[in-house]
Design a protein around this ligand. Structure first.
Ligand code: ATP
Ligand code: MG
Length: 570
């Protein structure tokens, strides 16, 4: 790389810088994001995407998108398509470098033949159970397979016949010949190829043997000229095998595997397999359910790509695992939408207000600021009339001392409008339920033209009853009741249906029908964030068709900002 080496901002960039100083890859930096197409991407993947594409951008290098599709039984084209859409949405571009590990099947086979020829791989006939037994334990060395000393010729013949489909599934495997006494279990003659008759979403039935991840991954990296192969911490113990494959094949300019800590978020799950379980068991409304930590779920919830990228930047890159508080992600989207979201008024639980002193049939167009954070956002007109809606909980008949909203005989300001006073409460005789408020208004107090000099403590949002539009609003809470049970995240076994149900927050979704929103929201478009005054940030639900359905992205209150005032968290 010509010229100046950028200053590093994490340990991975330190490694890259030292490689650049030593001219290790001729100054090249080439990374990849290698998802397995067995589920939708989640926010943890976003961290990996931002890291890999971010490094390529910073170092003027390249980043590939590669599907690690070596396990046909779990994979599907639906996942390939969703992953492509999500990486694009996040704002990254792999240009013409979209690859599939399955495109290398022929080359991977040839390399396996080379390993056999070097006496470094053998066909093993032990059953799965016997293999496990021979493998030893963390405290005891393993035992060598009785098939380990097969001749090169016999191995070549058997491997070719494995490929030709002469043996049933699982009958034989190709194994690396490394060291059954290694303290690292991954080095105890690991399997490289297995027999599996499963239709692959790209290669169809062309193959009945498939390479194992630990074998395919280093070679895929090598074939794509990757320099720095960044992965998560659980692969640290696999690195010796990664290196062994490339060294044994005597390949030059070998990529370097670097591990970093995976992102865990509080009160949600972060494993494709477990998220898939939620979808398949019907606990959520699909992969893009707005409660899901998937990128498609976050998008439908109203998260912006900018806020997710910002979040990933801020949490940084670490070498040991930890759990990040969900409030940090919420903080990022709030900050982004605060700058950009147009303000509206929406009444989620309407209570009718009749301004008795306001002329029947009169409608005034009042001025409302679109976004006080952005003067360029301008102003809009909102209609005011005799019948309005306010929020049910903005009224109390017998309020406690510090209640500055509406109650009998008290005054409040209606945002962008007038000061009103509650004169009478109409109730249902039988139930005592408050049905309607009768109020008066002070014509001298119009916002922007207030000549009264009066001050009131409370300001309420409202809509004009005749002009507002009916809408549904969905409020969300965390997916899980309690903060991430780390063991469950890391446990390879899926939790049972009962266990899942136990973990899920039964109040994660509240649907409010009968909301009344400002008429301007008729023009709302999916993917755009709006602030409903005093209620939070919302977006139009992309799956709701012609109905006006809004998802709350986040409420306004920001606990994270209070803890880490005023600057950056962390
Ligand atoms: P999952 O356990 O959710 O299935 P995975 O690691 O099996 O995740 P892959 O499709 O193999 O999913 O992941 C693609 C890339 O994303 C890998 O490099 C992986 O290390 C990275 N990745 C996956 N989960 C996280 C996470 N929580 N934080 C950071 N990176 C992650
Ligand atoms: Mg996986």
């Amino acid at each position: 790389m010509a010229g100046i080496i950028p200053s590093p901002s994490n340990f991975i960039e330190n490694i890259i810088n030292s490689d650049l100083e030593n001219n290790k890859y001729g100054g090249r930096v080439h990374t990849r994001f290698p998802p397995e197409p067995n589920g939708y991407l989640h926010i943890g993947h976003a961290k990996s995407i931002c890291l890999n594409f971010g490094i390529a951008r910073k170092y003027n290098g390249l980043c590939n998108l590669r599907f690690d599709d070596t396990n046909p039984s779990k994979e599907d084209i639906e996942y390939v398509e969703s992953i492509i859409e999500d990486v694009k949405w996040l704002g990254f571009d792999w240009e013409d470098r979209l690859y599939f590990a399955s495109d290398y099947f022929e080359q991977l086979y040839d390399y396996a033949v080379q390993l056999i020829q070097k006496g470094k791989a053998f066909v093993c006939d032990l059953s799965n159970e016997e293999m496990r037994e021979y493998r030893g334990t963390l405290t005891e060395p393993g035992r060598e397979s009785p098939y380990r000393d097969r001749s090169v010729e016999e191995n070549l013949d058997l491997f070719a016949r494995m490929r030709a489909g002469e043996f049933p599934d699982g009958f034989r495997v190709l194994r690396a010949k490394i060291d059954m006494g290694s303290p690292n279990m991954n080095m105890r003659d690991p399997a490289l190829y297995r027999i599996l008759r499963a239709t692959h979403h790209r290669t169809g039935d062309a193959w009945c043997i498939y390479p194992m991840y630990d074998y395919a991954h280093p070679l895929s990296d090598y074939l794509e000229n990757i320099t720095h192969s960044i992965c998560t911490l659980e692969f640290e113990d696999h690195r010796p095998l990664y290196d062994w494959v490339l060294e044994t094949l005597e390949l030059e300019e070998r990529p370097l595997q670097i591990e970093f800590a995976r992102l865990n978020l509080s009160q949600t799950l972060m494993s494709k397999r477990k998220l898939r379980e939620l979808v398949e068991q019907g606990f959520v409304d699909g992969w893009d359910d707005p409660r899901m930590p998937t990128l498609s779920g976050l998008r439908r919830r109203g998260y912006t790509p900018e806020s997710i990228r910002d979040f990933c930047d801020r949490i940084g890159v670490a070498k040991s695992n930890s759990v990040v508080d969900m409030a940090q992600l919420e903080h990022a989207v709030r900050e982004d939408l605060n700058r950009r979201a147009q303000r509206f008024m929406a009444v989620l639980r309407p209570l009718k207000v009749v301004i008795e002193s306001y002329p029947q049939g009169q409608v005034e167009e009042l001025d409302a600021e679109n976004n006080p954070e952005n003067p360029q956002a301008g102003w809009r007109k909102i209609p005011f009339s005799r019948e309005l809606y306010i929020e049910q909980d903005d009224f109390m008949e017998s309020p406690p001392k510090k209640f500055f909203r509406l109650s009998p005989g008290r005054e409040v300001r209606l945002k962008h409008a007038y000061i009103i006073k509650c004169e009478e409460v109409i109730k249902d005789d039988a139930t005592g339920e408050v049905l309607e408020l009768r109020c008066s208004y002070d014509p001298q107090t119009r916002s922007g033209a207030d000549t009264s000099g009066r001050k009131v403590k409370g300001t309420l949002h409202w809509v004009s009853a005749a002009h507002a539009l009916p809408a549904e609003v969905r409020l969300y809470d965390h997916l899980l009741k309690e903060s991430a049970p780390q063991e469950i995240e890391e446990d390879e076994d899926l939790p049972g249906r009962g266990e899942l149900k136990q973990m899920l927050n039964p109040r994660s979704l509240e649907k409010l029908t009968g909301c009344q929103v400002e008429a301007g929201l008729k023009e709302a478009v999916p993917g755009q964030g709006y602030q409903f005054l005093r209620q939070g940030y919302f977006c139009l639900d992309a799956a709701a068709g012609d109905q006006l359905v809004f998802n709350r992205t986040v409420p306004l209150r920001d606990t994270w900002a209070k803890i880490h005032k005023p600057g950056r968290p962390g």
